[in-house]
Design a protein around this ligand. Sequence first.
Ligand code: FES
Ligand SMILES: [Fe+2]
Length: 343
Amino acid sequence: MSYLRNTWYVAGLADELPADRLLARTLLDEPMVFFRQPDGRVAALADRCAHRFAPLSMGRLCDGGASVQCPYHGLRFDGSGACVHNPHGNGVVPKAAVVRAWPVAERHGLLWLWAGTAPADEALIPDLSDVASAPEHATIRGYLPTACDYRLLADNIMDLTHVDYLHPTSLGNGSVSRARAVVTDLGERSVHVAWRVSGEVAPASFDPHLPTPGQPADQWTEATWTAPCLMRLDVGATPCGAPREQGVRVAALHIATPETAGRCHYWYWSARSFAIGAEANARIRPLIEHAFVHEDKPMLEAQQRRIGDAGFWDLKPVLLNGDAGAVRARRKLDALIAAESNP
Ligand code: FES
Ligand SMILES: [Fe+2]
């Protein structure tokens, strides 16, 4: 499968990787092992020893995280992938005893892996600081491995007309289906789609928190896709005509990274401007997670089973109004991947 290479992919939440852990995770068809080095920086190595190909993730961290020891015959590799210890014979390290290493950056509470051969450019990491810096009791985040092509997640978030059908009792109230989607191109790596309605009472999750509950409100649902598969969703309501800051807002990240052709890693991370507190978080979390775990994930996986190995465009998908943003995102990603293979 062709993936965009010279780009950052989210590899995990920063707190998925404590100092003493070897984290095995396959990204872009490559089994990798992640660990924290003594200075806290994260290393990502091919999870396949250079000697007899044992998974390094079955081994153990040595020297306070400076190296990982292969579980089979004890070679040790440092964060650059170089073998730094050979317990056999005269101890000389064979030249070929090297495993691939990928650059990793830690930013906005996430681990980012640079998948290309061009120099890693941290300036290309999207700015997610507002979500990352929200109070803990205003945020809900989690990891949901999903057996579907990562691009189905972009379709899911960029075409929210599904909420009225897939989430009729929780997220859907008909307002997205009634609103016209306005799609805006944001350069070659990003697309924005907005659904806005005015003059309706906001849904029950927002209305009681507005300064004028029960009154008509301006409401917005906006999704921004950034290549390869990072979606930011901004949803909110404010009294009619009032600035957004007087209303209530949720900013939610939905991030998918390919694991293999038919599987992806999915992280969600939302930050509310209201109902901040441990009790509110405990009440809201299961409602949100129910939709992802019991409604979106089964649908995405069922879609993938029907699609199988076929190419998405080869199946000639019917296009509807609400698809415009999702289709634009797919085409942009296709173009970016094609540009890398035909520079
Ligand atoms: S397989 Fe790793 S040292 Fe032999
Ligand atoms: Fe959904």
